[in-house]
Write a protein that binds this ligand. Structure first.
Ligand code: SF4
Length: 319
């Protein structure tokens, strides 16, 4: 039997920004991955690695410099007119800062119903009922529809952002650091809400975060990015048990382990130096200036991103 078509396929996706005086910032430089229906794909990397730009290019807030984004087998960046409008219904985004992304002068009800109004889905009583249903689905209640964003806590505002994204029944949600701005105590609640909604509505997620601890409990598979490129992709279980790329190993070693005995004896990999500027990336392997395992060939040849175990991809000369 042939494999079902993934919901989303990213092929050699590039987003370069031309900054003048001949300078080019290669924020996203050749990403390849696919996301199956109902799956959560975690995309992780330090700030400036290009993960948010990747999300914004996939949903077409930015036009791609090169490559393709196939959604249900169709190239998103080639869509125009009615087809483009239809695509916008199926893919929605939840942003990092729920306060900045909610219009302070609009009531929560009108914020949530914005997509419903744009796509002309419901009016009058039906619209009101839909807003109430969405508020309840994200753990708020219908009275909240008449209030304004400043009357809510950070966690509640993120729930409003999620309700807004769900309003037009998308199949796919890109969550761009949705829990990074929240208190640690609230982060787990919002992750649990994402999981509950996925189960109830059969949603597919691209979940972007800056550390591996944040995506651990939600991702089926994880991609690790460094300087605009993927350096490792595999299942969440395999990544935490057998990280291959030295960068992934260093990210994992930074996560504290709840067992004090293990925590006391284990070795931390402290990366030297800052992430290099994507305006002037190192030759060969982009990670070589910070890699504890770097060899002479790492400066000369860019490692190929390849499958080194079934379903486990990495870009490193050690494999
Ligand atoms: Fe380190 Fe070389 Fe592997 Fe790059 S290719 S991660 S520098 S060992």
């Amino acid at each position: 039997m042939s494999k079902p078509q993934p919901l989303l396929e990213v092929r050699d996706l590039k987003k370069h920004f031309h900054l003048g005086s001949g300078k080019t910032l290669k924020a996203v430089d050749g990403l390849n991955f696919a996301i199956e229906r109902g799956e959560t794909f975690g995309l992780v990397g330090e700030s400036g690695c290009g993960k948010s730009t990747a999300g914004r290019t996939i949903i077409r807030l930015y036009e791609a410099t090169g490559g393709e984004v196939l959604f249900n087998g169709e190239n998103v960046h080639g869509l125009r007119g009615r087809k483009q409008q239809e695509f916008r219904r199926h893919m929605q985004m939840v942003f990092q800062d729920p306060y900045a992304s909610l219009n302070p002068r609009m009531t929560v009800g009108n914020i949530i119903a914005e997509g419903i109004d744009i796509h002309g889905l419901y009016t009058g009583k039906q619209r009101k009922a839909r807003v109430s249903e969405l508020l309840q689905a994200v753990g708020l209640n219908e009275e909240h529809a008449n209030r304004f964003p400043h009357e809510f806590s950070g966690g509640q505002r993120q729930r409003i952002g999620i309700a807004r994204a769900l309003a037009i029944e998308p199949q796919f949600i890109i969550a761009d650091e949705p829990i990074s701005a929240l208190d640690v105590s609230v982060q787990a609640q919002v992750v649990n809400l994402f999981k509950k909604l996925q189960k109830e509505r059969g949603l597919t997620y691209l979940f972007i975060a800056h550390d591996l601890a944040m995506v651990k409990h939600i991702s089926d598979r994880i991609g690790v990015m460094y300087l605009g490129k993927l350096v490792e992709v595999t299942t969440a279980e395999e990544l935490y048990a057998n990280p291959l790329h030295p960068y992934t190993q260093s990210l994992l070693s930074a996560i504290p382990i709840p067992d004090p005995e293990v925590e006391r004896t284990r070795e931390r990999i402290i990366l030297q130096g800052e992430i290099p500027s994507p305006l002037n990336p190192p030759s060969g392997c982009p990670f070589r200036t910070r890699c504890p395992m770097a060899m002479p060939e790492c400066a000369a040849v860019m490692p190929e991103f390849k499958e080194v175990k079934p379903g486990h991809f990495t870009a490193c000369h050690l494999y």
